[in-house]
Design a protein around this ligand. Sequence first.
Ligand SMILES: N[C@@H](CCC(=O)N[C@@H](CS)C(=O)NCC(=O)O)C(=O)O
Length: 269
Amino acid sequence: MDNKRRPMKSLLLAGLLGLGVAGIAALTPGSPAVAQSAGSAGAMPMPEFTIYHLEGRRSERLVWLMEELGLPYNLAFERGNLGASMAAIRAINPTMPVAPTVTYGDQVLVESGAIIEMILARHGEGRLVPPLDSPDFATHLLWIHYSEGSLASRAIADYRVWQIQPPTQRSPLVDSQQVVQYAENFLMENPWFGGAEFSAADIMMLFPLNFALQLNIVDADLFPQVAAWMEKVQARPAYQRMLAKARPDGMVGSLPALPAHAPSGPRNP
Ligand SMILES: N[C@@H](CCC(=O)N[C@@H](CS)C(=O)NCC(=O)O)C(=O)O
């Protein structure tokens, strides 16, 4: 089937086949200009691509990516029901049930960053990646990997530690405040995590920065560049289309914000 010609379905097929499988909708991104360029010479043909999704979670990155690129995808989730959406993920990926899980042709894949890099390399035709010979290419890759490898991991660790026992001071090791500060510093000199232009690094960075600021793991007031960047990326039409399709009822199952952030303690030099 030619995915590019598939009509957009506005409703999810809730309870598909009555088997507790999340609804699947085939979505055609809303930018005709981008959609046309997506089909031009050079890209590999896009196989059937289904994003198994949890509202408000990292799977939004892939929906946003596909909307930015104007590439076709299916979106599978049970609206307003994280448990049912997770059951659908578990059904296709029982040993590593995380969002996003995707099916790409006959492969089942996880890791949002790896999936994004693969889609860009095969189907991006140079979009959302700085030129290979520019310094921005190196920092774009840095932020793609930093988003999960340093930022999400440390912010989530600090959040979980707090829930076990609120700390009396911040860790003297690199902690969530320091990893967000590193991002803040970069944005003082660059408009985007892609450098001069928006790139897939910006898509990767939004989730963990939102997590750290909105859950009060760090003091949002300390990071005005990050706050301004967040407003800018969230105003993008492709991000807004992602919200309409992948978070149609707003945030579902929000985690509780911390009552306070850990006090600043000794810092690495
Ligand atoms: N590094 C992975 C993280 C995936 C991940 O942990 N996703 C969360 C949702 S945002 C999840 O599925 N959590 C369920 C669990 O860990 O059991 C990625 O970037 O895709």
